[in-house]
Design a protein around this ligand. Sequence first.
Ligand code: FAD
Ligand code: DLZ
Ligand code: SF4
Length: 516
Amino acid sequence: MPDTPDAGDLIWILGDQLSPSLQILRDADPKRDRVLMVEVQDEAIYVRHHKQKLVLVLSAMRHFADELRAKGFVVDYVSLSDSANTHSFESELQRAVDRLKPQRVRVTEPGEWRVKKIFERIGQSIEVAFEVLDDNRFLCSLAEFAAWAEGRKQLRMEFFYREMRRKTAWLMEGDEPLGGQWNYDRENRKALPVDIDLPDRLGFEPDAITREVMELVGERFGDHFGDMEPFRWGVTRGEADQALDDFIRVALPQFGDYQDAMTARSAFVFHSLIAVYLNLGLLDPRAVCEAVLGAFQRGDAPLAAVEGFIRQILGWREFVRGLYWLKMPDYAETNFLEAARPLPSFYWDAQTDLRCLRSVVEETRKHAYAHHIQRLMVTGNFALLAGIEPKAVEEWYLLVYADAYEWVELPNTHGMALHADGGLLGSKPYAASGAYIDRMSDYCKDCAYNPKKKLGEGACPFNYLYWDFLMRNETRLRKNPRMGMPYRNLDRMDAGRKKAIRKQANTFLDSVCGTD
Ligand code: FAD
Ligand code: DLZ
Ligand code: SF4
């Protein structure tokens, strides 16, 4: 027990909780309570995060500590290079409690099941009160989500999203959606015209704190995936706000039209690049949506773009979080398609003559970023068609992207991209042949393969992998009502062609994944 009667609370802030709006900070008294932040090696290596992600998180943590100090808080900050650092959450908290003797420790629920388990162990072992509060930075609480999900046979984002539109009254006219439609997705699937100007995006020069962190990351984690430089992410709330303003000014008006488009000319196209800041706590989802709605009200962006963007944040982002916490830990263990092949080495080194995959992996290495359709329809689609083991794919996504935390990465990878949950998140697998990638990108024109060729030498591997995927998974997928059309097409194929497809697919997969 604490040895001083007036000992305050210890407010522990994790690296992706960098928001002054957290309830534990709102409740805190800077004169009495202490803030704790710890940099620990365990969090850098439980998956070997991309170097830019490490720089981003650690630099943003250090800047947030300064932000809190400027508000009058005393912050007990343990850096990675502190010689007394024991490098795990559990032992660092114990050390802080021994040092500071608080009357209780207050934390916010974490973003990963793994850390929730650590918190449970801490709660049982620590000798002071340990309070875990809800994360109040989301638009839908976990209790609200669970109540919405209760008794529903199927959880579909679209219905959740409508509820959230009604709840927030965003883009509504009374009880009806503004413009008469809930969803303008159909208008948001255009390919990029070849002569379209793509905006330069705002990046930030590393300051002294970031440069020091870059040195540290280079020394300790130099062998992790990805380029560290140029490092252009913002690391403060002010920079995150500037990045949002920049998106609204230069990209939002065309965000809708080209949301699904891919091009070797730009990794960013018209995307917002703000998931990194939202997930760290540097941007607040409500404030982001209000800023975008403000642009719509000023006439600076069309309804289809604004609705499409709001749907991603108010719909998808909240929905996947709700689903994650509703279904974990069993969710991560399912493998509906019994996929078991190892991850091909080109996911790491980009050494492949499949141009689409090479571009996406190279951009991922360079920026710790790829946009949604690249993640879903290139690297995700390939892993789905090839039958790569879900855990290997999930580890890859969790470590290569600067915005990745398990609460958002896992449902997107396990559910949306790999259909490993058997359809909890999406009603059918997002499986596509080379024709989709050809339609939505400019990758194919510079590829060693021909997207129009289905079989034989020079055929795009996505083509025969697609049919092989349908055949391999026939017993699991044919009964899915949304898979009727592809299976009817398969039924029209003669036995000889099916056999040739299976043969070419197996030869190809053995060459890229190994035969195990
Ligand atoms: P934009 O395209 O500009 O979208 C705006 C915002 O909407 C994003 O910043 C994000 O906060 C939200 N959003 C959009 N789509 C989704 C979605 N499907 N789920 C949750 N939020 C969404 N997103 C992450 O934040 N972290 C991840 O680890 C992550 N892993 C993914 C893995 C796979 C296999 C797939 C298919 C998607 C993943 N996503 C993840 C969702 C989405 O791809 C990213 O949010 C988006 O690419 C981030 O870039 P942006 O900020 O430019 O997004
Ligand atoms: C991602 C990350 C990294 C790399 N390092 C730290 C750290 O040193 N200290 C910390 O508090 N948080 C870090 N994080 C974020 C945590 O991994 C994150 O809070 C959990 O994964 C839960 O979402
Ligand atoms: Fe990718 Fe096939 Fe197009 Fe090549 S032809 S870029 S492998 S889709």
